[in-house]
Ligand binder design. Structure first.
Ligand code: ZN
Length: 460
């Protein structure tokens, strides 16, 4: 029960309460918004702070980069300055050496070695000026000086200067080439060669030979420079003939009857050649008809008798070859096909052809003629040219036996050629050639080793 006023008051209170509730709600909302705004502002402040910090970091970094750039630029400049300074100092140093004077004094010493007391000062100066103004000559002179310096590290100075004097007639490029062979040679042949340079008496000519009577070494540099056996092979071959001669003038140690090694080396060479011939002969078939033809008086030979007879034919052929009895001249062997040959002659001809093919390197790999020179000469020498690509193996008819073709009187050139050939192979360090020498001539190489030891014993 209520009156209208009461009712109005009541509605008013309700409305007021409702408004108050709304206000409170709005205040709450406003407070929340303010709090959110505060938080946002704080976040913005933090962000700003972080941006500032980051900016500072970047500024720092940029400063550091600039510092580093400046530092390295400084280093580069310093290095450049130092290099420039070094270049100037090196130039000054080089100028202080006076290079032309160095060459001039080297060349002066060359002329003094060649011709002591000869060539007047004016002529010398002209020659020196010529050499120093020629580009190719100057290069060759460089190579020669380098070779001399290299040899001085391996051998005594006196021997090197003696060698320089002995080579003085040659061109710089040949002097350099020869000395470089010595520098690159194994110790044994190098020591042997250097031990005898005092005997070198070189004459430049159109051929190569060592003259026993004069002791002169004739030498064709043009040809030897491009020697297929190796550059300057022939020079060293002749030089080892000279060493043999120096040990026993006139004939050479290895050709002197009664000398320690003469007979032994000759026998060893013959033994090696005979062994090779026997091995080759065993591979040549001898048929029954041939045996009957060879021994017509031996009727109905049994198998054993036939074999013995076949071997007898082989032995007879070997004996003929070792006695230098040729069926036909080596130069005409190919024309012998139609000739009426006895069984022994026929087998001998086959054997000769096989042996020639072997020494010329046709039968085996790695045995080119240039790596077979020792064997080739030894076969020609031991067979008086029966086993040689040309008659007497390209030598004069009395080169191996004197009187001509008499196997009882060897000249023992077989010895000196075997020694000189093998030593030249050794000097040039031609391992294939040396292996061929040892494989095919084991006995002879055994004696050569003893000779080498004996010579080294005399000079070391
Ligand atoms: Zn020779």
């Amino acid at each position: 029960m209520s009156n209208p006023t009461q009712q109005r008051n009541c509605r008013h209170r309700i409305a007021t309460a409702q408004r108050q509730t709304q206000i409170n709600r709005i205040r709450d909302e406003a407070r929340k918004v303010r709090r959110a705004a505060d938080e946002l502002k704080q976040a913005a402040d933090e962000l700003e702070y972080k941006i500032e910090t980051t900016n500072r970091l970047f500024d720092d970094l940029e400063r550091k980069i600039q510092d580093t750039d400046r530092y390295y630029a400084g280093l580069v400049q310093q290095t450049r300055d130092k290099l420039a300074d070094y270049i100037v100092r090196m130039r000054n140093l080089r100028n202080s050496f006076d290079v032309p004077d160095y060459y001039t004094s080297f060349l002066e010493s060359e002329f003094a070695l060649r011709d002591p007391g000869g060539l007047g000062g004016g002529n010398r100066q002209m020659l020196i000026t010529d050499i120093l103004s020629n580009e190719a000559e100057l290069d060759a002179l460089h190579a020669y000086i380098d070779a001399v310096l290299a040899l001085k590290r391996l051998s005594d100075v006196d021997s090197v200067n003696t060698l320089r004097g002995a080579l003085s007639a040659l061109e710089f490029k040949d002097k350099a080439g020869i000395i470089n062979v010595v520098v690159d040679a194994p110790e044994v042949p190098r020591d042997m060669f250097m031990g005898f340079v005092g005997y070198l008496d070189i004459v430049v000519g159109s051929f190569d030979a060592f003259h026993l009577t004069t002791g002169r070494l004739w030498f064709n540099p043009e040809r030897d420079r491009n020697n297929p056996k190796g550059a300057y092979w022939t020079f060293f071959h002749e030089a080892f003939h000279m060493i043999d001669w120096a040990l026993h003038s006139q004939q050479g140690e290895l050709k002197t009857r009664g000398s320690e090694f003469t007979q032994r080396l000759y026998d060893a060479i013959r033994q090696d050649v005979e062994a090779q011939l026997r091995q080759l002969a065993a591979s040549i078939p001898v048929d029954f008809e041939v045996v009957s033809g060879a021994f017509p008086n031996q009727h109905a030979p049994w198998m054993q008798g036939g074999l013995q007879s076949a071997n007898a034919i082989r032995e007879a052929a070997i004996e003929n070859i070792l006695a230098g009895r040729v069926v036909v001249s080596s130069d005409n062997r190919t024309n012998a096909a139609g000739a009426n040959l006895s069984p022994v002659e026929s087998l001998q001809l086959q054997l000769q052809n096989m042996a020639i093919a072997m020494v010329e390197g046709n039968l085996h790999q790695h045995k080119t003629p240039y790596n077979m020179i020792t064997v080739l000469d030894a076969f020609a020498g031991a067979s008086n040219g029966a086993v040689g690509s040309t008659h007497f193996g390209g030598r004069p008819p009395d080169y191996w036996y004197r009187p001509i073709g008499n196997p009882i009187h060897p000249t023992h050139n077989q010895n000196s050629e075997t020694f000189a050939n093998h030593m030249a192979n050794w000097m040039l360090n031609n391992e294939t050639a040396m292996q061929n020498d040892k494989d095919l001539m084991p006995n002879a190489m055994g004696v050569v080793d003893e000779i080498v030891d004996s010579i080294l014993g005399g000079i070391r």
